[in-house]
Design a protein around this ligand. Sequence first.
Ligand SMILES: NC(=O)c1ccc[n+]([C@@H]2O[C@H](COP(=O)([O-])OP(=O)(O)OC[C@H]3O[C@@H](n4cnc5c(N)ncnc54)[C@H](O)[C@@H]3O)[C@@H](O)[C@H]2O)c1
Ligand SMILES: [Zn+2]
Length: 363
Amino acid sequence: MSSGRRVIGAQIGTSTYPIHLGAGAIGDLAAEWPAEASGSAALLVYDENVAHIAETVRAAIERAGKQVVSAPVPPGESSKSLASVERLCRDAAAAGIRRRDTVVAVGGGVLGDLAGFVAAAYQRGIGLIHVPTTLLAMVDSAVGGKTGVDLPEGKNYVGAIWQPAMVVMDTTTLDSLPPRELSCGFAEVIKYGLLDGRELFDLVDGWPTLPGPQEPLVDLIQRCVAHKLGVVAADERDLGMRATLNFGHTIGHGIEAAAGYARYQHGEAISLGMLAALRISSELTGLPESWRDRTRAVIARHDLPVQLDAAVSTEEILDATRRDKKSDGRALNMVVLDDVGAPSINADPAEDLVIAAIEELRQ
Ligand SMILES: NC(=O)c1ccc[n+]([C@@H]2O[C@H](COP(=O)([O-])OP(=O)(O)OC[C@H]3O[C@@H](n4cnc5c(N)ncnc54)[C@H](O)[C@@H]3O)[C@@H](O)[C@H]2O)c1
Ligand SMILES: [Zn+2]
C-alpha cells in the first residue's frame, strides 16, 4: 500500500461503510469488495470524460469476480435528468441487473448524483459504490448520501437519500481534472476551513498549488470528509445542522442562477457567496473583518473570482436567492459565522444588509 493510503469509517444513521482514500485506492475495489454487494454483476456508470479511469475500475471489478455492464454517460449537468435515469434503468434491466447487484459510479458530482439515484430507485434500491473523480465530489457530493436529478423547474428537485456500500477516492484520478474544476472543488475546501475552525483554515490558507502534493492532499481531503460526515451523521435528513454546510451557498446559488448558470461555475459563485456571507457575519455577529480579507486572498490565489461581474444584477440575485429551495419560501436561512468554526443560522437578515454585501462584491 502506497504512503498516505487510508480507510475512513463512515457511520450515518444505520449505514456504516468504508471510504478508501489515497493514491491508487481504486485497487482496493478488488480486494475489499463489500460483502453485501453479493450479486454477480456491476453496472459501471461513468462520465465519458473519465473513460480512462473507468477502464481501471472495470479491471478491478473483474478481479473481484464480477461481470461488468458498461453504461457511459455524456458529461455535463444536462445528464442529471429523469431521461438519463430512465435510460440507465432500462439498460440495467436489459442487461439483467438484479437486486443484489451494484451500481459503480465513476465521475464527478453530476455522475455520482445521477448514478446514485439510479441505485436508489432501480428495483427499489440496489447497492452503490462511489468512485468520485473531481475534488468537489471527493470532499462533498460522494459523502452524505444525497442523490438526485434536475427538473426544468429546478436543480436537484427529484432525488433520494441513498448511502453507498463503499466509497473509493483515488487521488491520482485528479491528475486529468482541468485546473478550473480543481479550483471549483477547492472553493468547497475553503468552506470547510471556515466551518471547521482555525486549524483547518490555516492549512487551506497555506495551500501551495492545486491539486498539491499527494500526502498532504490526502490529509486535506480526509479533514473535509470528516467535517461533512460529522455534520451529516447528526442530521442525515437535512433538518437542522446540515444546513450549515450551505455556508456561502444562499447568495452563491443566487449568483449562479442570476448569471444563467453560464458565467459562473458552482464553486466560483459560492466563492463570491462566501465573501458576502462573511460580510454579513461581521455586521451581525462581530466576526473580525480580517477573516474576509484572508478568505478573499486565498480565493484569489486559486483563480476563483473575488469580484462580481457588473452584468449580473443585484435584483436578480436577490430574486433567485428567495426562490432557492434551501430558503423556506419566507426566510433566507442564511448561514453566518459567529466565529471561524462556529456557524449558525440567521433566518432572515435585513435586506439592506444583504444588498450591501452583494454590492461590496463589485469593488
Ligand atoms: N449530492 C450532494 O451532496 C452534492 C453536493 C455538492 C454538489 N453536488 C452536485 O455535483 C454536481 C457538480 O459536481 P462536479 O463539480 O464534480 O461536476 P461534474 O461532475 O460536472 O464534473 C466537472 C467536469 O469535469 C469532468 N471530469 C470529472 N472528473 C474528471 C477527471 N478526473 N478528469 C477529467 N475530467 C473530469 C466532467 O466530465 C465535467 O466536465 C452538481 O450537479 C451538484 O448539484 C451534489
Ligand atoms: Zn457547493
